[in-house]
Design a binder for this molecule. Structure first.
Ligand SMILES: Cc1cc2nc3c(=O)[nH]c(=O)nc-3n(C[C@H](O)[C@H](O)[C@H](O)COP(=O)(O)OP(=O)(O)OC[C@H]3O[C@@H](n4cnc5c(N)ncnc54)[C@H](O)[C@@H]3O)c2cc1C
Length: 401
């Protein structure tokens, strides 16, 4: 089949890899003018995520790119350590910078898949035999199937399913990188005031990833107005102590500044006719919702079912298998905002006490692993036979790797 995928981040290229392997002709259209970099770290955790990466043939090359972040010390405004968050909680089993993950997936597919950057789908019209697509820049074309892998604000979803209410988790945040002037090497610091969480991750001696998260009710922002977003963050953190004034200063000029609200997408169906959604476009979970793992697992299951069944039944089966897993992950994330951004001094103290006390329990390592992976592993990964063979894609395929 001729298959069009919208979005070249995690879900899109992962699906492209499988579909090419199954013999389909794949085009990926990405709105950004080039492969997106971006500093924040994403992670894979537990056997299901890692097995999918292994089947993709990418586990080793990803391991070579891992951040190897250590624990995060929770500190007060005088830098006194109040508790320690073990790396398993924040970094999972395999953590990569978002840009590095994107580069690995792109390098593994770019020779086999037709990538079009700097364009977007403008309209979709489907009939019994195919889908006519127009683009903002490129020439119209007809495909057998169209996949929306274009994230929380998916254009494909908007065009085919109409407005879908986004469930705000009430947490807003920005992430950017700056020079590592904190002496942190593969270690992090976290500082809290009620409704505000600041982390500094020293991913290497030169570079630190900063995240500033806060809670607010019904905050409106313009997704394209970066200066407005910088002002929103500066206002939310005005008067906050510790190193925050210095971080806000760096934020004002950070070229990789990213801001968003954390939202979940919950839909009754993930497909309509010949169009289907994968990853955040169909089922974004928000922080703690295993979004990156869901994107690669979802892509594998969708391609696996397409390899066994006609597309209508494959879409149904993809959804039937994956939905309980998605719901489990989304449920975990729904309760996560009070962990990520505690709302009162009391809740901050409770969290710190929990992490201080728990360190003295003997099987603590297993407990943290269990806490960190229990939703990510709550899935029986089907065996898709021939699709799952592991051609080694980690060799020299250009300078991106
Ligand atoms: C700050 C932050 C931290 C996170 N941390 C973690 C974490 O620690 N662990 C974890 O598991 N997950 C984490 N996530 C979630 C994770 O990033 C997502 O779940 C994952 O990236 C989903 O991948 P995706 O490919 O479905 O969507 P996205 O990564 O959102 O990619 C969508 C792609 O579609 C493109 N696009 C958008 N509109 C169009 C259009 N009209 N036409 C063409 N292309 C378009 C975008 O440019 C983008 O490249 C985090 C997310 C954020 C924002």
């Amino acid at each position: 089949m001729d298959i069009l995928i919208s979005g070249a981040s995690v879900a899109g290229p992962s699906l492209a890899l499988w579909l090419h392997r199954a013999g389909h002709r794949v085009t990926v259209v990405e709105r950004a003018p080039a492969l997106r970099g971006g500093g924040y770290a994403v992670d894979f955790r537990g056997r299901v995520h890692l097995e999918v990466l292994r089947r993709m043939g990418l586990l080793d090359v990803m391991r070579a790119r891992a951040t190897h972040m250590g624990d995060i010390a929770i500190v007060d405004r005088h830098d006194t350590v109040r508790a320690t968050l073990p790396s398993a909680i924040f970094s999972g089993d395999l953590e990569l910078l978002r840009g590095d993950l994107g580069a690995v997936l792109y390098a593994a597919t770019r020779d086999d898949v037709d990538y079009v950057f700097g364009d977007s789908i403008a309209s979709i019209a489907q009939d019994a035999d195919g889908v006519d697509v127009t683009f903002e820049r490129g020439a119209p074309a007809r495909f057998d199937l169209v996949v929306g892998a274009d994230g929380v604000n998916s254009k494909v979803r908007e065009l085919v399913f109409g407005p879908v209410p986004q469930r705000s988790l009430g947490v807003y945040g920005c992430i950017f990188t700056m020079a590592n002037e904190f002496g942190l090497d593969r270690a992090g610091l976290m500082y809290n005031e009620p409704r505000r969480t600041v982390t500094i991750g020293g991913i290497n001696p030169e570079k630190a990833v900063i995240s500033l998260f806060f809670t607010a009710d019904g905050l409106e922002h313009d997704r394209r107005d970066v200066e407005q977003q910088r002002r929103i963050v500066a206002d939310a953190f005005e008067g906050t102590g510790w190193k925050v004034p210095r971080l806000l200063e760096a934020m004002r000029t950070a070229p990789d500044f990213w801001f968003d609200s954390t939202t979940q997408i919950r839909m009754e169906r993930w497909s309509r006719g010949r169009v289907v959604l994968v990853g955040d476009a169909g089922y974004a979970g928000g922080p703690g919702g295993n979004g990156t793992g869901l994107a690669v697992v979802g892509a594998h299951v969708l391609a696996g079912e397409l390899g066994r069944l006609p597309f209508e039944r494959a879409f149904q089966e993809y959804e039937r298998r994956l939905r309980p897993y998605v719901e489990t992950c989304q449920k975990q994330a729904s309760g996560g905002s009070d962990f990520l951004v505690p709302s009162t001094e009391k809740k901050i103290a409770q969290r710190d006490r929990f992490f201080r006390t728990i360190r003295y329990l003997p099987p603590v390592k297993h407990l943290f692993r269990h806490l960190a992976t229990r939703t990510a592993t709550a899935f029986d990964l089907p065996d898709y036979g021939g699709l799952g063979h592991t051609r080694d894609l980690s060799g020299n395929r250009g300078n991106l790797l």
